[in-house]
Design a protein around this ligand. Sequence first.
Ligand SMILES: [Zn+2]
Length: 84
Amino acid sequence: MTRTVRRSLESVKQIAADVVARFGQRLVVVGVTAGEANGSYTEVMFGDQCQCPIIIGVARNESDADLRRRIADGLRQHFDHVHN
Ligand SMILES: [Zn+2]
């Protein structure tokens, strides 16, 4: 498994925005918050058209592909379980 250096919050936000742009639902990235100062756990908050709070926990030292997959899975789960 590939480990990358801990990325910046801005970089997490950009990747999240990119995943959202390809997701095919009306979604926006609301924000990104760091857990502990030196930890890599980060939460990404999304907003959808029904104003559900969608929060997906990610690790900032994950590879690009893992980060994208985790975000896409989290979003898919929301739409599968909350909106059907
Ligand atoms: Zn929703």
